[in-house]
Design a protein around this ligand. Structure first.
Ligand code: DGL
Length: 236
């Protein structure tokens, strides 16, 4: 079945997810929808995001996709249930902060960096309740405007936002940092420099595996023997 896989985000962040998916599914055809016009998602209301993401799904459906990856933690934690109810026949794979991975590794102190929308979402709190053991601390760090500064490649703003949000944790014993926004792996070296001894975790590999499982389960894997194509759409 050689329909395309649709992948969307509020801009370039989702490319970090797409890269992982293409590593394990190179022969699939992809369409990447970068909704830069509506960036940042992290500071929008749920109603606004439901409207924006529904519109994107309709655009991807016109392109006849077989599965949609929400390559955005903010849109996933806020909208995935709504999108599943609006489009019951579509397969959605979402991206969530990798809190479970950190807890399963039994790190004592884990920072979770994400947009304000993701941090305040019910889903993030559910992930903590469902996975955190008694001896583990999860510290939530809403990084207001960081995704947008990365989208604009504004190095000065990126540095200021990182210092404002992370300096106070530098001297603490941080074992792991969850990158709970798909824009953050783009600046992972910069984040690592604040915590040279901590493990940085993102959810992209988990998403890629889930896409593969879902395609296998629904018998939708591409039967192409050559590298797949990539179509790129960007809103401005
Ligand atoms: N990449 C999106 C995420 O994973 C960025 C959100 C934004 O646009 O604020 O949350």
């Amino acid at each position: 079945m050689n329909k395309k896989i649709g992948v969307f985000d509020s801009g370039i962040g989702g490319l970090t997810t797409l890269e992982e998916i293409r590593k394990i599914l190179p022969n699939e055809d992809y369409i990447f929808y970068a909704d830069s016009k509506n960036n940042p998602y992290g500071e929008k209301t749920i109603d606004e995001l439901n409207k924006i993401t529904k519109n994107i799904v309709n655009k991807l459906l016109e392109k006849n996709v077989k599965l949609i990856v929400i390559a955005c933690n903010t849109a996933t934690t806020q909208c995935i249930n709504y999108l599943r109810s609006e489009f019951p026949n579509m397969i959605f794979v979402g991206t969530e902060p990798a809190i479970k991975v950190a807890c399963d590794n039994n790190y004592k102190n884990t920072l979770v960096m994400a947009t304000p929308g993701t941090i305040s979402s019910e889903r993030t709190h559910e992930l903590i309740t469902n996975n955190k053991r008694e001896n583990e601390n999860i510290i939530l760090v809403p990084c207001d405007k960081l995704a947008n500064a990365i989208e604009r490649n504004d190095k000065k703003d990126i540095d200021k936002i990182l210092h404002d949000n992370l300096d106070k944790y530098k001297k603490k014993d941080i074992d792991a940092v969850v990158l709970g926004c798909t824009h953050y792996p783009i600046i992972k070296d910069r984040i690592q420099s604040f915590f040279p001894n901590s493990k940085l975790i993102d959810g992209n590999n988990g998403v890629a595996k889930r896409v593969k499982n879902q395609l296998e389960e629904h018998n939708l894997l591409s039967n192409k023997k050559v590298k797949g194509t990539l179509e790129f759409i960007q809103t401005e």
